[in-house]
Design a binder for this molecule. Structure first.
Ligand code: PHE
Length: 448
């Protein structure tokens, strides 16, 4: 018997836990910053609504119908529909994407853990911009420090995964998600009082189309997949632990809403602090680590707020990383004699090893480049901009062109009008949007 979530809320919470992570709090703000603000946000929001939401429903639907890990699940659904079992390739691609993502995700999550200690020790008080920058660059220049924190984070992740669906994943999510929302609201309240919320909102929401480039559009689309955990089977495998009767549309809607709201709140909060302190919004991946300590160091109660903030980011990363390995782990358990704990150890060990290459790309191997990208950037771009959208595209095409319509409809349980809408978007809108963004990037469609 496969285990299942104890109820619908546990599923929504776990999937929201997967979606809300470094993507919302570390990546979304820095990408908004480097891509010039509002235009990026607008394309991202469009992608979330037009591609993300229907695809979230599709991925949950595929998982629940299959009741298997993503590889065997795709093979099973394909056989059921009379299609080729090659569709299981989508599952393998997802497993590979999850492993690659976690190898860099864990390194950055390790930075977060390190910054929890820094914050708690009162290190940030009175810190100047140069000191914050130096502190961050000295830290990432030290491979042993990065290795230590990467190892701690991988241990935490595999510990929860090893405990299984209800006692591990579910319990972790139930505690962490609500605390996350509470801490974030406290921070928002703080920045409303002290930060420059006006400029923050203008930066994020007053459209400036001169900043839109094909690469920025691809980044915004890729990020909508990354932040919603779509296209690699994480949502599919969580959906496979969902009971038959729960409403998929409602669950998908809540998850997408929560993820988007948290990203926007995090963005508004961070940029309000950035602008109030004349900091640089386009600081890049270091934004969180190089600028916030300065802001926190200048504000009253900064030590407490900074500690709370980094704890929050660590929690969010933890609940996401769990879902990044679950496709691989469930596939191993369902196909080998390995126990869950052994499978977790194996996958975790592999990711830990690959992560060493990633952390070295910040110091010893910073000159090792492929296509002009270091290992960290390469893994990020390859997964976020290519593997996830491609996986999502294939899942959408599979659901509407290969699967029997009656099966999809039965699983989604939508009324006729909503079903036709889902069908239209999944059949035409989402796939053509993904393909157009790809073509636009390689210059075949010089739109802009
Ligand atoms: N959605 C997570 C985040 O925003 C990252 C993630 C991507 C998790 C893909 C699972 C699958 O941080």
């Amino acid at each position: 018997m496969r285990s299942h979530w104890t109820n619908r809320w546990a599923f929504i919470m776990a999937t929201a836990g997967s979606a809300v992570g470094l993507g919302n709090i570390w990546k979304f703000p820095y990408m908004t910053g480097t891509n010039g603000g509002s235009a990026f946000v607008l394309v991202y929001l469009l992608c979330v609504a037009l591609i993300g939401l229907p695809l979230m429903m599709t991925e949950i639907m595929l998982g629940r119908r299959a009741q298997r890990n993503p590889v065997d699940g795709m093979a099973h659904l394909a056989t059921e529909a009379g299609g080729t079992r090659w569709w299981r390739g989508v599952g393998y691609m997802g497993i590979a994407a999850g492993i690659l993502i976690l190898s860099f995700y864990s390194v950055v999550a390790g930075w977060v853990l390190h910054y929890v200690l820094r914050a708690a020790s009162g290190d940030f008080s009175g810190m100047t911009a140069t000191q914050a920058k130096d502190q961050f660059s000295n830290f990432v220049a030290n491979p042993l420090a990065l290795l230590l924190w990467h190892s701690v984070f991988m241990f935490l992740t595999m510990f929860v995964v090893a405990r299984g669906v209800t006692s591990g994943l579910e319990r972790a999510n139930k505690i962490m998600m609500p605390s996350l929302v509470v801490i974030l609201l406290i921070l928002l309240g703080y920045s409303l009082a002290v930060g420059d919320v006006g400029r923050s909102i203008e930066f994020m929401f007053r459209p400036d189309f001169s900043k839109i480039t094909p690469a920025a559009i691809l980044s915004a689309m890729g990020h909508s997949f990354f932040t919603l955990s779509l296209g690699m089977g994480a949502v599919m495998v969580y959906g496979s632990y969902l009971q038959r009767h729960a409403s998929i549309a409602r669950a998908a809607f809540y998850v997408v809403l929560a993820d988007t709201a948290i990203a926007l709140v995090a963005g508004i909060t961070i940029f309000a602090i950035v602008f109030a302190n004349q900091l640089e919004p386009a600081a890049g991946p270091g934004l969180l680590f190089q600028t916030l300590p300065i802001a926190f160091g200048r504000m009253p109660g900064g030590t407490v707020f900074a500690t709370l903030f980094f704890v929050l980011v660590g929690f969010a990363a933890w609940t996401s990383s769990i879902s990044l390995v679950e496709p691989a782990v469930s596939w191993l358990i369902e196909n080998t004699a390995l126990t869950r704990a052994r499978a977790a150890l194996l996958v975790g060990g592999l990711i830990w090893l690959i992560g060493i290459a990633v952390l070295l790309s910040f110091n010893e191997w910073s000159e090792v480049k492929l296509f002009g990208l270091n290992i960290f950037d390469l893994f990020d771009k390859l997964t976020t901009n290519i593997l996830l959208p491609l996986g999502g595209l294939l899942m959408a095409l599979f659901a509407v062109w290969v699967m029997h319509a009656a099966h999809a409809q039965e699983e989604l349980a939508l009324n006729d009008r909503h079903y036709r809408r889902w069908l239209f978007v999944t059949r035409f809108v989402a796939p053509s949007a993904i393909v157009l963004v790809f073509l636009n990037l390689i210059g075949w469609l010089p739109f802009i």
